[in-house]
Design a protein around this ligand. Structure first.
Ligand code: IVH
Length: 711
């Protein structure tokens, strides 16, 4: 990028950041996540560092966010509410430590290692509370740091905020390690003068979820996330509404440079003191004596993050010794003596380089975005899904666009937004293909569908995906047979479809690259083991459109129930085919949840020449499929509702569901007070917190298994 281009980019970024800042901080609206906004700010910050001649006082990098809205009385803060500098990596943290040590050395002539008090970085809304002679006088939002909004009435609806400060007993005072002079001075300040307390108002995830459920029921707009919910609730002109939106306040400090701070001496003691005065403190806060301990804590918190009952977006690392704070001072908008050590964002900005079209098992083409690699939530992302043509249209995305990608858990990253304001005129439209990229057949697009399809059932890509599906874990579960190996077998001409897998011999594999005797034998063993699987797996493996794992189980049960009494355990598959061939389109719809789409797909499959030829070829091999058990369970779970959260060691989710249903129970997706049991596996999600809150009976895996065994 040359200087002129950098200037252009800087200007565009500033406008964009300011636009989102206004939405986010002034109007409580959010078009892009904080993570994405941080990424833009970061890019701007780096460009301004590279070209300092373009730094200007009104750049977003130089300001404290937000303007107060007019609807509340203004609240002038006696002491400015500052912002925090952000760190995203160990290196950022080490640089910070080097800087503060240097400043400290230059100011005092002393070289000192610091202790750090590490706190959760709550993702809510900053609130400043003024107490006069121990009585709550005012609650205010941050606004622009100097002037906020007076939200006293709403703040008073938050039960975790004390209206009067608690009196400390002698024992309390002593537990803080203060001498008698310090105690009487502190008492005077707190109970005869005015102090400002700072903290964060948050909405618990469980409260947020149940409010949203309620709103949905009433046909009202749902709230985007707990942070927005708090911002909106604190700014309700009617405190009754605020009261209904049950919020929680966590304290994180006394205002800046009070005498009280020098009496208390450390942030750790200050935290304890604020707890004694009646504020909710964070029990996860911890004193660390060096950065390595900070890093350990960070790693633990990042893992635990989802199990907390409120949102956090990182840690705030504070120099523990409060007497050092004035020595280190404030630079611009933020203090040097603390640092926000943020968790990596789950959204980031990057550029779209190209789009490729991948042919799936059903012939559907999925556009995949090829991205400039970017770190999203700790992983490098270079591809993202664009789903289908409609999605491309909806996003209005072009090649070379700056875009936002999102990665949540294990799901495929997706493009969530195009920042079209950053365009420079060199963006190109995405070409929609007219022929299959693999077999070159003209594509079709059924009316009303957003999906382009290759209609050629012999297309190499479709065939390949069919074999991948056949061997996959949920289907025939052929251990060791993955994408790459399947491609290799096709390439070598050893197989042309899934049925050919069963004719493979060890000697066929030996000439192939990466195969030794042992590995070849292992693969042949896994393949032959798959000849005796549960019947439903084979039905699923056939890859009949619309027929997923659950429908396959329904079919396997139907077949078993109507054909056999309970003695029979295994079946030769041809019997199955004969049986299903007799079904008409209507017959198929007798099964629960089977609509016309799946019915016609099943009918077509069992009447299609090619499908039947494939099935006949497949069933020449010695399959012995296991029928589902015909056991009649006692209905011990009759009318009981269950919610599953987290993962179980001994059962898959589908198996657990099946077992519950077999015993007469039902499995629902969200927790309410009508839920009878929540089964919590390892790493349970927010449903677990909600169950605790609603006092729903929670079972761990062992308890659940015992119940299944009727113990
Ligand atoms: S200390 C100097 N401690 O983070 C101003 N802030 O990104 C920071 N925040 O506006 C005060 N948890 O609302 C502090 N444990 C914590 C915090 C915390 C969340 C918020 C705070 C601030 C924002 C800055």
């Amino acid at each position: 990028m040359d200087k002129a281009e950098a200037k252009k980019r800087i200007d565009k970024l500033r406008q964009e950041i300011d636009h989102h800042r206004y939405l986010y901080h002034v109007l409580d609206k959010e078009e892009i996540s904080e993570g994405a906004l941080d990424a833009l700010k970061n890019e701007l910050f780096k460009l301004e560092q590279a070209y300092p001649e373009f730094v200007s006082p009104n750049s977003p990098t130089q300001r404290v966010a937000g303007k107060p809205l007019d609807k509340f009385k203004k609240a002038v803060h006696k002491e400015r509410l500052l912002s925090l500098f952000d760190a995203f990596s160990k290196d950022d943290m080490k640089d910070w430590e080097d800087r503060i040590m240097k400043v400290y050395r230059e100011n005092t002539g002393k070289a000192e290692a610091f202790d750090y008090y590490c706190e959760l970085k709550l993702d809510g809304l900053a609130i400043s509370l003024t107490y006069n002679k121990g009585v709550l006088l005012r609650g205010a939002t941050r606004g622009n740091g100097q002037v906020g909004e007076d939200v006293t009435l709403n703040v008073k609806t938050i039960s975790s905020i004390p209206l009067t400060l608690r009196n400390l007993s002698d024992k309390d005072w002593q537990s803080l390690g203060l001498n008698s002079e310090e105690i009487s001075e502190a008492k005077k300040i707190v109970f005869n003068l005015e102090i400002d307390i700072r903290g964060e108002a948050v909405m618990l995830k469980s409260v947020f979820e149940s409010l949203n459920k309620e709103y949905k029921k009433q046909g009202l707009n749902v709230m985007a996330n707990p942070r927005n919910a708090v911002a909106g609730s604190i700014r309700q002109l009617d405190p009754k509404i605020a009261a209904k939106r049950k919020m929680t306040f966590f304290v994180y400090g006394l205002a800046g440079s009070s005498t009280l701070k020098s009496i208390l001496k450390t942030r750790e003691i200050e935290d304890k003191f604020l707890g004694l005065l009646g504020f909710k403190t964070l029990k996860h806060n911890k004193l660390c004596s060096n950065l390595d301990e900070v890093f350990d804590l960070y790693r633990n918190l990042e893992k635990k993050r989802d199990t907390l009952s409120f949102l956090i977006d990182g840690m705030v690392v504070k120099v523990n010794d409060l007497r050092i704070w004035p020595v280190l001072g404030v630079v611009g908008k933020a203090p040097r003596y603390m640092m926000a050590y943020k968790f990596s964002a789950e959204q980031a900005t990057t550029k779209l380089k190209a789009v490729i079209w991948q042919v799936g098992r059903t012939g559907a083409l999925t556009p995949t975005a090829i991205l400039e690699p970017v770190n999203v939530g700790g992983a490098t992302v270079s591809r993202a899904t664009l789903h289908n043509i409609d999605e491309i249209g909806r996003l209005g995305i072009k090649i070379n666009d700056t875009i936002i990608v999102e990665r949540a858990g294990d799901v495929i990253p997706k493009v969530v937004k195009v920042l079209s304001n950053l365009r420079i005129g060199e963006e190109k439209n995405i070409k929609i293909p007219s022929t299959c990229p693999v077999c070159h057949s003209p594509l079709i697009r059924p009316e009303g569908e957003a999906v382009l399809r290759c209609p050629n059932s012999k297309c190499g890509a479709i065939n390949f995906q069919n074999i991948v599906h056949f061997a996959s874990k949920g289907a025939m579960n052929i251990d060791g047979l993955g994408d790459k190996l399947i491609a290799q077998l096709l390439e070598a001409g050893l197989i042309s479809d899934s049925a050919d897998l069963y004719s493979l011999k060890v000697d066929d594999l030996l000439p192939l690259e990466r195969f030794a005797k042992k590995s070849a034998e292992n693969l042949i063993t896994s393949i032959s083991e798959s000849l005796s699987r549960d019947l439903y797996r084979l039905i699923y493996a056939l890859g009949i459109r619309q027929v997923g794992e659950e429908s396959s189980q329904v079919l396997a049960k139907a077949f078993t129930n109507s054909k056999f009494n309970s003695q029979k355990k295994v079946v030769k598959p041809l019997e199955l085919i004969e049986f299903f061939k007799s079904y008409s389109q209507e017959d198929w719809q007798v099964f629960e949840d089977f609509g016309p789409a799946i019915a016609s797909s099943l009918f077509n499959f069992f009447h299609d020449k090619d499908s039947l030829a494939f099935v006949a070829k497949l069933f020449k091999y010695e399959f012995e499929l296991i029928l589902p058990k015909k056991t009649v369970y006692s209905q011990i779970f009759k009318d009981k509702s269950f919610v599953l959260t987290g993962s179980l060691n001994s059962l898959t989710r589908a198996e657990a569901k099946d077992r519950i249903k077999a015993l007469g129970g039902k499995v629902v997706s969200s927790v309410s007070k009508n839920t009878d049991y929540v089964i919590a596996g390892s790493e349970p999600g927010s449903k677990y917190e909600k169950a605790k809150k609603l006092e729903v009976r929670i079972l761990n895996e062992t308890e659940f298994l015992n119940m299944l065994e009727n113990k």
